[in-house]
Design a protein around this ligand. Structure first.
Ligand SMILES: [Fe+2]
Length: 292
């Protein structure tokens, strides 16, 4: 069965029946990708000049909106202000979309972050660990999240080229493959990493497993080639939504994408038992995040 569910409404703030919202929430939390081929983000005449990789300062893969300011961007103050306004307008639309589709998540959308990615999705010279053309779940070495979910809204703003992903097998199946290969963390290391500022807070056992699932899957080229997967195309003017800590995904091609990230506690989910935290606790028989 395909992990991609296509919905055909055309608004950032659709009016949906309870039944339609339930279907979307279940598909999302089961690890699906919600594809919205008629929800696009229109650039103004003036904003079309931002369709160039030259706006990136070359250090990060994305230009990030931090409050009302951008990080990682080149250009004059006026250019930066206009690009910030464009990204903020996208973020407002993406927030409305998440609230309309998944009202339970609404309290957490206020803290959402957004970015603009003007660089090609693949082709940058990066190490295997940073190579997002390999199937992976998102897990970030410097940002332990202790089970918090990573909900992402993406829009392809390229006027002519698709953004193409590979989408892999369900999270639980992937975890069953790689968990036996993951060693326990070295005692004391998470405290040291937090103390010297390498990580923002201590890595939990959950974070240790998620980082290792990310790394083990990317490092295994046989798995990359042979695991169950499908190619998914996101045409120009398409928006898609998924939990990127759960969906095995890989960039194949594309350029010019806007993205919004919302972090959600597991308790905000419609069905917390489907979260990676719950799945990993069930598979390992352990509590993976200490009580606060
Ligand atoms: Fe990713």
């Amino acid at each position: 069965m395909s992990a991609v569910v296509t919905l055909n409404f055309a608004e950032w703030r659709p009016t949906l029946t309870d039944e339609a919202r339930d279907i979307a929430a279940r598909a999302l939390e089961e690890g699906g990708v919600i594809r919205l081929p008629h929800v696009g983000f229109a650039l103004t005449e003036s904003e079309r000049r931002f369709l160039s990789p030259a706006w990136s300062d070359g250090r990060a893969k994305s230009i990030n909106l931090d409050g009302t300011r951008l990080r990682g961007v080149a250009g004059t103050a006026a250019d930066r202000a206009e690009l910030a306004a464009m990204t903020a307008r996208f973020a407002a639309g993406a927030s409305e979309l998440v609230v309309a589709l998944f009202p339970r998540y609404a309290p957490y959308v206020r803290r959402a972050r957004a970015s603009y990615r003007p660089q090609p999705a693949v082709g940058r010279d990066v190490s295997w660990r940073k190579d997002d053309s390999r199937l992976h779940v998102d897990a970030f070495p410097s940002r332990p999240n202790r089970g918090e979910r990573i909900l992402r809204v993406f829009t392809n703003v390229n006027p002519s080229a698709d953004r193409v992903w590979r989408v892999g097998e369900p999270f639980e199946k992937m975890a069953q493959t790689f968990l036996p290969r993951i060693a326990n963390p070295v005692p004391g290391v998470s405290a040291v990493l937090a103390a010297i500022g390498v990580t923002k807070g201590r890595r939990s056992a959950y974070d240790h497993l998620m980082l290792n699932l990310h790394d083990r899957a990317k490092a295994d080229l046989d798995y990359q080639r042979e695991c169950a997967q499908e190619t998914v195309r996101f045409a120009p003017g398409t928006t898609w939504v998924c939990f990127s800590d759960q969906v095995m995904h890989a960039a194949v091609s594309g350029q010019y994408m806007l993205e919004q990230t919302t972090h959600l506690p597991v308790s905000a989910l419609y069905d917390p038992a489907r979260s990676p935290l719950a799945i990993l606790e069930r598979l390992t028989g352990r509590t993976l995040v200490p009580a606060p």
